[in-house]
Write a protein of this length. Structure first.
Length: 124
């Protein structure tokens, strides 16, 4: 939901007028897109407090950037989210997940036919 534009002195509730509050709000709202606000709070809080989130964002020192030859490719710094090893071998897991996906596609096709039939039955 877009924030309503303030009228009057355009000051924040703490009395400060930094001049870029509305632009920050618009940028955050655009970045959120259709994400559920309950999930988006984790993104915003990470950005506000410069919290390092593996696989998403990291605050790094100039020395680390220098060590990478001043290359600013995010992947060099952000890394990847830690993934727990579930003990299932990769090949076995891929076969199991692929079979599950094939079954889900079949169920999806069956449900699509059923939904179309039901919609036609009520005149749509």
């Amino acid at each position: 939901m877009a924030r309503q534009k303030k009228t009057g002195n355009n000051k924040s509730s703490n009395g400060a007028n930094l001049g870029f509050e509305e632009k920050l709000w618009q940028a955050a709202d655009k970045m959120r897109g259709h994400m559920d606000p309950a999930e988006y709070k984790h993104v915003v809080l990470g950005l506000i407090f410069l919290k390092d989130i593996p696989g998403f964002c990291k605050s790094t020192a100039t020395e680390e950037i220098r060590a990478h030859g001043y290359v600013l490719t995010p992947g060099r710094y952000v890394g990847a989210e830690d993934i727990e090893d579930d003990g299932e071998p990769f090949d076995a897991k891929m076969k199991r997940l692929t079979a599950k996906l094939v079954a889900q596609f079949a169920e999806s096709a069956r449900l699509e036919i059923l939904i179309k039939r039901n919609l036609k039955g009520i005149g749509f």
